[in-house]
Design a protein around this ligand. Structure first.
Ligand code: GTP
Ligand code: MG
Length: 226
């Protein structure tokens, strides 16, 4: 997604800062804690009260990543019930990272993770065609866990096989691991961004080199129309 250099006047004030805006999806079954994770991360707030998200909600988290970099995360909180709708293609557009959330107290929400991942990979890719980085969140880890999530080795294998960047046990209630998971995703996104920009720069350099050669050849009368 958009990366922009701060305009000269603004840059002078903030000292040559670079800004990135990244669209991040938060998806997973109903009631797994997507909205709660975002509320905790952005507003340092938690409520036991459950109000199902309808369609999609948004939140913005601004990170002072390092002295030269500001990162704006546009978090798309997609309702669990949307897996059965046909809007996800629209919601996923131009996302550069995702969290898939399941509820450690309900194994059925873990079983659905694979369907969310397939939906994601089928509908959004990075500009080079590779899947967008995705982190699996085993949420509500402040409660009794059910199923495979009790076995770290199996979870590691599962994530490797299914192409997850990483997985974290999280609790929106107790504020466990949410910042770490977000940092991991942003690190991966920045790496991808660099690769893509380096590729673009390499292509540009190649193009300039070819253009230069073509101009020289034209001067030498060797230009061809093919
Ligand atoms: P949809 O919008 O329907 O897709 O649900 P959601 O995934 O956004 O779930 P939401 O954040 O609304 O949370 C559902 C319920 O789980 C609420 O009652 C929350 O208080 C509770 N909850 C969320 N995260 C945690 C957690 O980490 N621990 C505990 N104990 N409860 C949580
Ligand atoms: Mg919600």
């Amino acid at each position: 997604m958009a990366s922009r250099r701060v305009p000269a006047t603004e840059a002078q004030q903030v000292g040559e800062k670079r800004e990135h805006l990244y669209k991040i999806l938060v998806i997973g079954e109903l009631g797994t804690g997507k909205t709660s994770i975002i509320k905790r991360y952005v507003h340092q707030f938690f409520s036991q009260h459950y109000r199902a998200t309808i369609g999609v909600d948004f939140a913005l988290k601004v990170l002072n990543w390092d002295t030269n970099t500001i990162i704006r995360l546009q978090l798309w909180d997609i309702a669990g019930q949307e897996r059965f709708g046909n809007m996800t293609r629209v919601y996923y557009k131009e996302a550069v990272g995702a969290f898939i959330v399941f509820d450690v107290t309900r194994a059925a929400t873990f079983d659905a993770v694979v369907k969310w991942k397939q939906d994601l990979d089928a509908k959004v890719q990075l500009p080079d065609g590779s899947p967008i980085p995705c982190i699996l969140l085993a949420n509500k880890c402040d409660q009794q866990k059910e199923g495979i999530v009790n076995n770290t080795t199996k979870m590691d294998e599962y994530c490797k096989e299914r192409g997850f960047t990483a997985w974290y046990e999280t609790s929106a209630k107790e504020n466990i691991n949410i910042e770490d998971a977000a940092r991991c995703l942003v690190t991966k996104i920045l790496q991808n961004d660099k690769l893509i920009h380096n590729n673009d720069a390499a292509k540009d350099a190649e193009k300039f080199a070819l253009d230069g050669k073509a101009q020289k050849e034209q001067k030498n009368g060797k230009s061809c129309a093919c």
